[in-house]
Design a protein around this ligand. Sequence first.
Ligand code: GLN
Length: 297
Amino acid sequence: MQTPPSPIDPRWTILKILQWTTAYFKSHPIDSPRLTAEILLAHTLNTKRIDLYTRFDQPLTKDELAVFKALIKRRVRREPVAYITGNREFFGIDFDVSPFVLIPRPETEFLVEAALAHIPKIPSTPLRILEVGVGSGAVIVSLAVNRPEHDYAASDISVNALRKAAVNARKNGIGGNIRFFAGDVFAPLSPSACSFDVIVSNPPYVPASQLTALEPEVRDFEPALALDGGADGMDIIRKIINEAPQYLNNNALLMLEIGFDQKDRTAQLIINDGRYSYPEFIKDYGGHHRVAVMHKI
Ligand code: GLN
């Protein structure tokens, strides 16, 4: 038997609740208050944000109001919108996210673009492409969706992250294109069996001492495992630069996302290593050198 619909509260139309919530978010330090209110209300009503605009006069049911209020409370406690709705768009693709994975960042799109520039659309032979620390799968799924004619592999120390990445691969029709390996950096791969033409990574690169200074959204909700780069933030970057040559074919590419102030130290590591070409750095929207690109020589 169906439960009868709960009575409608005529005071709270979509427009009124959006106005109230926007003001409420403004009085707390919540970014983009109107947009956040719209995203959370659209999620509550299981509709698109744009459709709210054609339904401004529609009153919310008591149940809808209760669900929406709970989401407002979560956001005011600084839980990121993407964890509340369970998804985030990246590179034009909708990704499932959970607190086991970092929420994809706009600056990471530069890593995807840099890799796409080097991966041919129609290959003479498929390239072997690896992502280390796959998280939600945002990077490798974006690559595989745009360049499906290649062989992809991905590792992550977190099995829960691998599960999410696998979900995102399946959702985008490339589930069969990516092999997933559970383990730290290159640990689950054997150098004799695995050689790649491209390795990409957005490793954890925040210095441990700076984790507590991050925004509450990041500090209290995102996985420290995906952020903590050790004392100087460069533990995993060093490890990748040091170990990647064993897994790279000659002339193959390594591309790393790095912290906003890590360009000089990363360049030094690469030059001192001696097994790579002189690195190139790509700037992000904020003008920070964000992606390091090098060849194995
Ligand atoms: N850019 C992220 C931040 O500042 C860090 C991502 C990472 O460590 N890979 O929150």
